[in-house]
Design a protein around this ligand. Structure first.
Ligand code: UFG
Length: 327
């Protein structure tokens, strides 16, 4: 079976490519390399260009027999999305719409779509389940929700099967240490904490210490990027076997506060990691925890990595690649 991975040169996409190859699947990547890194997909067929480019997609779907698409390519920074709604709608929604239409044209019926916890906004219930209402509070979440809805209607009209996976906080790196997270700029907590540990940043600024949580800092639900990649493969297999569409939340069912992450990173790295508590970052919900009960029950998904392993694998990548893919 051959899978087209969009955004396969990005952080999560490259781990999906690795997991697919480890499982013996054929993999083709399309990535415009605006955010991704060609070195993250060494040894894999890579088409460089936009997923919204109909001619390029015609070429890819004609040259390769594609059984399913894993769609990762997107802009994904919440703060940036609030300043650049045009770019976010254009890059995420318009480009994806053209990708979905290319799939229709070439009779490719199955897509696993990378959605997000940000589609839930500030939910009234914790843990967040698949039936929790989706009310995004930022442009990024809105664009992902728009794509979820578009896929639904492409299913009704054109028979496209889709599985939407809404991930919570993804972290960690492939256990080999050969691929990992390299965002520019980096905004996520765990890579920033580890950049402090590696001496690349002076200290961690913890955004907010007065939230209604156990220690006053925000609580997030972390999953390892390789566990997430496995969920994509299980979802693709399930969708093709059952000829169906569905959606799943992917988290761990538990949460860690920002200070707990800091302390776990101090323990894993053996470094002091200086930090201070600063102002809140606008738009941060106090607590986000997912129920993954449905993914476990329906897809048979099991997580392999806990928080220490998440941080340890990320540390292996960061400490051996202080300049990211530039090394
Ligand atoms: N944080 C800090 N200091 C930093 C960076 C982050 O204190 O230097 C805090 C944040 O304020 C937040 C927590 O660490 O409380 C986690 O922040 P991240 O930026 O790592 O992750 P988010 O929870 O903001 O974002 C994640 C995904 C997004 C998704 C969002 C849904 O990365 O893609 O959840 O709310 F949209």
């Amino acid at each position: 079976m051959n899978i087209l991975v969009t955004g396969g040169a990005g952080y999560i996409g490259s781990h999906a490519v690795a997991a697919l190859k480890e499982k013996g699947y054929g993999v083709v990547v399309v990535d415009n390399l605006v955010k991704g890194h060609a070195d993250a997909v060494k040894g894999t067929k890579l088409y460089v260009g936009d997923i919204g480019n109909g001619e390029l997609m015609d070429k890819i779907f004609s040259e390769n027999k594609i059984d399913g698409v894993m769609h990762f390519s997107a802009f994904s920074l919440v703060g940036e999305s609030m300043e650049k709604p045009y770019e976010y709608y254009n890059n995420n929604v318009c480009q994806s719409m053209n990708l979905f239409y290319s799939m229709v044209k070439h009779d490719v019926k199955n897509i696993v779509f990378s959605s997000t916890a940000a589609t839930f906004g500030e939910p009234d219930e914790i843990p967040i389940s698949e039936t929790t209402p989706q009310n995004p509070i930022n442009t990024y979440g809105e664009t992902k929700l728009a794509m979820e809805k578009m896929l639904k209607w492409f299913g009704v009209a054109y028979g496209i099967n889709s599985i939407c996976l809404r991930y919570f906080n993804v972290a960690g790196a492939h256990p080999s240490g050969d691929i990992g997270e390299d965002h520019r700029p980096e905004t996520h907590l765990i890579p920033i904490v580890l950049q402090v540990a590696a001496g690349k940043r002076e200290k961690l600024s913890v955004f907010g210490g007065d939230y209604p949580t156990k220690d006053g800092t925000c609580v997030r639900d972390y999953i390892h990027v390789s566990d997430l990649a496995q969920a994509h493969i299980l979802a693709m297999e399930y969708m093709i076997k059952n000829n169906c569409s569905d959606s799943f939340n992917l988290g761990s069912g538990g949460g860690y506060s920002n200070l707990e992450i800091l302390n776990a990173a101090r323990e894993v790295t053996g470094k002091p990691i200086p930090a201070s508590i600063n102002e809140r970052r606008p738009g941060d919900p106090p607590v986000l925890i997912a129920s993954s009960e449905k993914a476990e029950r329906v897809l048979g998904w099991k997580r392999e990595y806990g928080i220490k392993e998440i941080i340890a694998t990320a540390w292996k990548w960061h400490s051996t690649h202080p300049q990211g893919y530039r090394d």
